[in-house]
Design a protein around this ligand. Structure first.
Ligand code: ATP
Ligand code: MG
Length: 334
């Protein structure tokens, strides 16, 4: 069962060249009890999609089309004002990118938790604090001490965990973590992700973890979605996608990741650069300029994201078997 259903989501930012899409027609399901990893290079639209799930795209941005149905909540795109504030941090727990720095430096963690509780009209604030301490303890923190601390008294890894406590303390059903381990050393990365997996399992959450590090996510996610140029280009069960990537971009990303290929020498960086809002192709496939498999159709028609096997979708004109075999055809002039 899907807890969250994103359909046809298009999100635009206003730029000097007009309103341009950072996410274009994206569809994605977050299923109950599953962790979905969302990967893609910088600028592919991951954070924009995450912010949309909370209807929190900052100006000058707007959700131009699509719907985001959350079980028990309705279409988040249509929520406003008080309803929206209640859902954010309530049913939908989140840790935004760079949220290490989003704590208030002037208040203790405990005071900020009380603020969160009040803003969500929690009547039993004592129970809220007890739950926060329990969550913190389970994350390997000293709950009493952390709640009495100011942000500067905590290490980066501790702040990340505190962020996750905030995301979960109001009994979220859906957890959205945007780059939760960036800026942490490898050891803290692994322990924060372990904790996320544990809390996720205990509470049967639907979790979305966003990262540009496909290696880190490969150890804890159930499903993998790959984004490029504002499009979801492939998704499916994690191991299946890692073993049999059928989108040339997924294949290239995996090939560039020694942690997955197990071979530091063979890991090839992706040639070329990802597009931004102004340079992304308006016609045809957004990946075609970097794609070794591109054929003539890729210049003319955008490939739709379609199911091709149970549980798997891809947006590519080239046959899955050709990409799997790794034998690019003769590139058409694209
Ligand atoms: P990263 O891995 O660097 O966090 P991302 O995949 O999260 O990247 P987004 O932050 O969603 O990507 O950005 C998607 C595109 O939208 C990028 O081209 C970015 O430059 C552009 N963008 C993001 N925020 C704004 C904004 N406020 N105004 C204009 N353009 C924006
Ligand atoms: Mg981002």
């Amino acid at each position: 069962m899907s807890e969250v259903q994103v359909r046809g989501l298009t999100v635009e930012y206003q730029t000097s060249a007009g309103w341009l899409p950072a996410v274009a027609g994206a569809s994605l399901d977050l299923r109950a009890g599953e962790i979905t990893g969302l990967v893609g290079e910088s600028g592919s639209g991951k954070s924009t999609l995450a912010l949309s799930l909370l209807n929190a795209v900052p100006a000058p941005g707007r959700i131009a089309a699509g719907s985001i149905e959350v079980a028990g909540v309705g279409d988040v795109v249509r929520l406003t004002g008080r309803q929206l504030r209640k859902v954010r941090g309530g049913e939908l727990g989140y840790v935004f990118q760079a949220s290490q720095n989003s704590l208030n430096p002037l208040k203790t963690i405990g005071k900020q938790l009380l603020d969160l509780g009040r803003s969500h009209e929690v009547s039993d604030l004592r129970a809220l604090i007890a739950r926060a301490k329990d969550l913190a303890n389970r994350m390997g923190l000293d709950g009493d001490r952390v709640l009495d601390s100011y942000q500067h008294e905590l290490s980066g890894g501790m702040r990340q965990r505190v962020g996750i406590v905030f995301a979960l303390v109001l009994n979220a059903k859906v957890l959205i973590l945007d780059e939760p381990t960036t800026a942490l050393d490898m050891l803290s990365q692994a322990s924060v992700l372990d904790i996320v997996r544990k809390v996720h399992d205990e509470n049967q959450l639907s979790t979305l973890i966003i990262t540009h590090d496909i290696g880190a996510i490969s150890e804890i996610a159930d499903r993998l979605a790959v984004m490029y140029g504002g499009r979801i280009v492939e998704d499916g069960p994690l191991l299946d996608v890692l073993r049999r990537p059928t989108h040339p971009y997924t294949k290239a990303l995996i090939g560039a990741t020694a942690r997955i290929t197990g071979d530091v020498d063979a890991a090839r960086p992706l040639p070329g650069r990802p597009p931004d809002l102004t340079t992304v192709a308006r016609v045809g496939c957004v990946f075609r300029e970097r794609c070794p498999f591109a054929v003539a159709a890729c210049a003319d028609t955008e490939p739709p994201l379609e199911a091709w096997e149970a549980g798997r979708r891809r947006a590519c004109h080239v046959e899955p078997s050709t990409v799997l075999a790794g034998q690019p055809g003769t590139p058409a002039a694209v």
